[in-house]
Design a protein around this ligand. Sequence first.
Ligand code: HXC
Length: 536
Amino acid sequence: SLRPVDFVPVAVPRPSPAPEPRSMRSVLDESDRLRSRIVAGDENAVARQHALGKHTARERLDLLLDPGSFTEVDLYRRHQARGMKISENRPHTDGVVAGSGTIDGRRVFVYAQDFSVFGGSLGVAHASKIHKVMDLAISTGCPLIGLNDSGGARIQEGVMALDAYGGIFRRHVAASGIIPQISVVIGPCAGGAAYSPALTDFTFMVRGTAKMYLTGPDVVAAVNGEVVTHEELGGADVHGSQSGVATFVHDDEETCLADVRYLVSLLPANNLDSPPSDGPVGATTDERPHLAQLVPVEPTKPYDMRSVVAEVVDDGEFIEVHEHWAGNVICALGRVDGRPVGLVGNQPLVLAGVLDSAAAQKAARFVRFCDAFNIPLVTLVDVPGFLPGTAQEQGGAIRHGAKLLYAYCEATVPRIQVIIRKAYGGAYIVMDSRSIGSDLSLAWPTNEIAVMGAEGAVNVLFRKELTAAADPVTLRAELIAEYSEQLMHPHYAAERGLVDDVIDPAQTRAAIARGLEMMGTKRAAAPARKHGNVPL
Ligand code: HXC
């Protein structure tokens, strides 16, 4: 039979005091408190960052962006990882501040790794924030700037962290040639993480704090027995002057981020955009008589090509790419008559301005960047040839020189060549000659364009005659004079249509400005192909 349910007496609860009614204000205050706590970060960790002579991620964004322009995404993002004591520690932001802001009113997308959270290490949540801003930068056609300060792949997240890095690399490549990509290394950037800056267009490094290497000093010591410091292995100066990994090197974060702003001011937002013009400044009639004094007539006497660049660009203002690496060629961005231009010039002050492997690689990458982003090229030629020797040949000088040749041949932006003095042999062709597509070729009356210099030519052509001659010295002098007169006179190339005009050096800036104006609407279509096979 059914039994009645036992009756259990229940204690009647005493009414508790009524909860404070929730107001919108209190909800907002609570939310604001959380936001402020996240934005302020951990006090001790921030102090540690400052003690290392570094700014925090947010302070860096303040230096980089227009005041009040930053819109943050994923402030509340936290990792979902388990184990290795990481489950209990889930700070918001996950070690990277990401979003968008403006530089001189022009939009950019940014991320700044925050070393005070897990050493800025990259796990899945951290990376997905970076992926998000990269995707937004690509889809909106805006430059991407990454501030790198990170211990690399977050060890606790294992292969998922490596997978997340792969997602960054793939996006860098997808964005390449579509939007300008700038890396700023202001802290460690080790292991595979170094490939992120390596895939971008420009890499800034700050002396003292930035270090980039595939394997750190401990691994180097264990594997090679080589004892090196972080600075010797991957400091800013090593990458700025020896490896060519860093495009710009700065003493401190303030000047570094100020130069990032300046660089952005010269670049278009994307490959379909025109570089930002300041408007004409009247360069088309601007005479520069000083140029004729700057450059000695004797072809072997050195001078600083940077001073020629300064005379050509507006207000003498330009930014030099790889200033301390492969100094025998100069690559710079500046403006002529308000229009951004890329300038490539041989530098007679370094190795007499010869082209070598490093110089060819430096200039090739620069030419390709300018071409991808619609920046006209001005090439200032004063080149004795290629650097001879076993070191160069065995190091692949042919392969590297071909990169520069390829880059110019491929470039469809307006191209102006100015031959200042020497332009010999293959180096003449490579330095944006008419034959490889220069649109406008100008030469100073001091130009010497030939297969080789007079002395070398006479030795090759008249070896037998000189050996047999009773007075070889006089004969040689006569032959050199004859060669120079016949094959190297200043109008030789102009008579043959390879030089469009022989100009007074004082007219250089004005002639370039007029050329740029003339070719402002240049269009060039190429047949479809997947991609060329640039000699890497
Ligand atoms: C998790 C990390 C971390 C990492 C640093 N931290 N690197 N946490 N994963 N990769 C944490 C530290 O445990 C520490 O936490 C805090 O960040 C600060 O680190 P410190 O060592 O105290 O700082 P410092 O002495 O300045 O040294 C910085 C450092 C060193 C040189 C970066 O931390 C370091 O060597 N980290 C490991 C670097 C590394 O080998 N990463 C993997 C590279 S391989 P607490 O809690 O103590 O504050 C890689 C592969 C990428 O990245 C592959 C892409 C394909």
